[in-house]
Design a protein around this ligand. Sequence first.
Ligand code: ZN
Length: 127
Amino acid sequence: MTEKCNDIHCVTHSGFKTHGRIFQGTVISAKAQKTVTVEWERKKYIPKYERYEKRRTKVKAHAPECVMFEKGDVVEINECRPISKTKKFVVIKKIEKNLEYLGKSQLIEEAKQKEKKKQEKVNSEDK
Ligand SMILES: [Zn+2]
């Protein structure tokens, strides 16, 4: 983290006020500038089946410009006043890398490549 930043929505440097709930989640997209998409799992109880169902929650959160975020980072986010139409969370800290998630996304990538090769093979056999 750098000493200073000019981000008015930075909790550390600009004293941006937060309130409400704090969540921990994994960054699943860090493509947009100063915005990350964070996802986490919660368990929802389904009375009919007397069991818990895994549900995913996905939100957009403001990423202060003084911290670099990558896909697979585990972050803590805090509710705040709406920063834009879809953002009402701000990242307060980066905790660690979610290795399980990174491993999974690599597997998905590999599976995609395989599927593509298979498809190409099928296409060439058609000719
Ligand atoms: Zn900052």
